[in-house]
Write a protein that binds this ligand. Structure first.
Ligand SMILES: [Zn+2]
Length: 106
């Protein structure tokens, strides 16, 4: 396959496929945070750095690549093996775990 990975679909979720390895999966997770947090999570899952901005834009509903400065939910399908590599867990779609950055306590 010379065209790997394929561009995300209009929902940015490669419907039915792991966002990192493109294998079909029925599991996923949600990253909720600012662009830096969500990007780090996507990179940890195995998405190449140069692809992250596109996945991020699509997964958060900003296909133009325009990202809000605040928190955003990025819902992605991810298979168990990619999540395990990222030290994250997945849930059976659509009951998926939500990851948020640790909040400093004052
Ligand atoms: Zn995967």
């Amino acid at each position: 396959m010379s065209d790997f990975p394929p561009p995300p679909n209009i929902q940015g979720n490669y419907t039915g496929s792991c966002v990192a390895c493109m294998k079909g999966t029925n599991t996923g997770l949600v990253l909720v945070g600012d662009a830096a947090f969500v990007s780090a999570g996507l990179i940890a899952l195995g998405i190449p750095q140069h692809q992250v901005q596109f996945v991020l834009a699509a997964a958060t509903g900003h296909p133009d690549g325009e990202l809000s400065a605040g928190e955003m939910p990025a819902v992605v399908r991810a298979c168990a093996s990619c999540a395990r590599r990222a030290k994250m867990e997945v849930g059976l779609w659509p009951t998926v775990p939500v990851y948020v950055p640790p909040k400093p306590r004052s």
